[in-house]
Each structure stands twice: as C-alpha cells, then as structure tokens.
Design a protein around this ligand. Structure first.
Ligand code: NAP
Length: 239
C-alpha cells in the first residue's frame, strides 16, 4: 500500500519540489495550497496526488484537509510543514497586522497541521514530521526579525515535539535551508543575490530540489534513528 505525505505550501517553490520527490519515492502527495490552485492541481495530476486548499493558519480547514487525506489514503505517514511567508523591514516598521499574519502562518500553521496529523500517526505507531525552518532561525537576519523569530520557534518546536513523540515511533526533524531560489527571494536584487552567493562557501545558491532531497532522506527508512535534529542545507553559509 502506498504511503501518504501531506506537504503544506506545495503549489510552488520548495513544497512543489518536495511533492515531486516524495511522489518519486512512492508516496501519495497531498498538495496543500492557498491561492495557486491551477499549479496545485497540475502537480496533483502529474504525481497521482491530491490537491487541497487550506489556509494553514485556519485550524478547521487544516482538520478537513487531514481528514480527507486519511480517508483517501488510509493513513498519514509524513507531514512536511513547509508553508511559510516572509516579511522584510526594520522591526519597528512592521505593523501589528503583519506581525499577526506571519505568526499565524509560520508558527500557528505548523501547530495546526501537526495537531491534526499526530493522532493518526500515534495510532499507526509510525510517522515522520519534517519542519522547514531557515538558517535565519539559527543565526538571525537583520530586517527579518519577525521571520527569524518564527523560524527559531520552529526549531524549538521540533526539539520538544521529538522528545514527546519519540515513544510513539514518530520522528520530528527540521531542515534549515539557506538561500533557495524561489519566489520568496524575489525581493532581492541581482547584486544582493550575488553577494549572498559569494558569502556561501559552495559559491552557489540552493534549489528547491536541494531541500526536497533532504526531506526525502528524513522521510526514508535510512533516517529511522534520527529525531529532533536541525539539518542545515545552506551550502555552508551557516556552519
Ligand atoms: P514560496 O515560493 O513563496 O512558496 C510559498 C508556498 O507556501 C506557496 O505554495 C504558498 O501557497 C504557500 N502558502 C503561503 N501561505 C500559506 C497559507 N497561509 N496556507 C497554505 N499555504 C500557504 O516559498 P518557498 O521559498 O518555497 O518557501 C517554503 C518554505 O521554506 C517557507 O517556510 C520558507 O520560510 C522556507 N525557507 C525558504 C527559503 C528560501 O530561500 N526560499 C530559505 C529558508 C527557508 P499559494 O501559492 O497556493 O498561496
């Protein structure tokens, strides 16, 4: 029987690459999206997956998505908490509304998706939770204080939940990507991207497939004794 993997924010960027990679590894990907319906449906059609619209910050919507995934796939084996947004600017220029929004998506979204998936995994006595943080959550980024704070919280969440869920046979790990070429980095100028590239020991920026490969490893049997870890996939930017 095929295994099911819910990937949040899988309509574009990193999540999209994770969906294709996990499909190639034999999973049925549940392609969560918010706005990019056409893309999500195309990915679902190409991977034999299921496209599902749900705002990760909306607990009821996430519950419906998780129930549907279980009904259609007969289990929930992997959850990749990938959906995220960024907000750039001086800390004091970020409005309370922007602050609430990034906390709701990047942190509450992870809580919501995990809360609804865990009971199924506990019943199965097996599950893999993979959270997408950021290297900025490890070292902090100027003018991305809110973003860095949410991503640091995801690291703390990963470590604590790994201890709580280990006895249930569920691993919880985190990937902390470096600069990955997706729409999220559209705000950087070419010059800024070149500087980031030069600062990276491997002298290149990452691709969504770099992160997808790490996620597939953490979902695989080879990673069965790994939990509570933060895997930096950043070309050596943060060591
Ligand atoms: P992206 O290209 O901007 O894609 C974001 C994805 O998240 C889209 O599929 C979007 O769906 C979805 N999404 C946003 N808000 C959502 C919500 N409320 N509910 C459900 N889905 C939502 O971003 P990315 O670069 O692939 O980033 C993916 C993750 O990696 C994020 O958590 C990000 O913080 C992290 N990360 C990225 C980088 C990087 O350099 N790119 C580095 C470190 C960490 P729709 O299009 O359907 O709305």
């Amino acid at each position: 029987m095929k295994k099911a993997a819910i990937i949040t924010g899988a309509s574009r960027g990193i999540g999209k690459a994770v969906a294709y990679t996990l499909a190639n590894a034999g999973y049925i990907p549940v392609i969560n999206y918010l706005n990019s319906r056409t893309s999500a449906e195309q990915i679902a059609a190409e991977t034999g997956g299921i496209a599902f619209c749900a705002d990760v910050s909306d607990s009821d919507a996430v519950k419906r998505m998780t129930e549907t995934a279980y009904e259609k796939c007969g289990g929930i084996d992997v959850l990749v908490n990938n959906a995220g947004i960024s907000v750039t600017g001086l800390f004091t220029d970020i409005t309370p509304e922007q602050e609430q929004n990034i906390l709701d998506v990047n942190l509450r979204g992870v809580f919501n998706c995990t809360r609804h998936a865990v009971p199924y995994m506990v019943r199965q006595k097996h599950g893999r939770i993979i959270n997408i943080s950021s290297m900025w959550g490890e070292v902090g980024a100027s003018c991305e204080v809110h973003y860095s704070a949410t991503k640091a919280a995801v690291i703390g969440f990963t470590k604590a939940l790994a201890k709580e869920l280990g006895p249930s046979g569920i691993t919880v790990n985190c990937i902390a990507p470096g600069v990955i070429m997706t729409d999220m980095n559209a705000q950087y100028s070419e010059e800024e991207l070149n500087i980031l590239k030069e600062e990276t020991p491997l002298q290149k920026l990452g691709t969504p497939e770099d992160i997808a490969g790490a996620a597939a490893f953490l979902a695989s049997d080879s990673a069965g004794f790994i939990t509570g870890q933060i895997l930096g996939v950043n070309g050596g930017f943060v060591i």
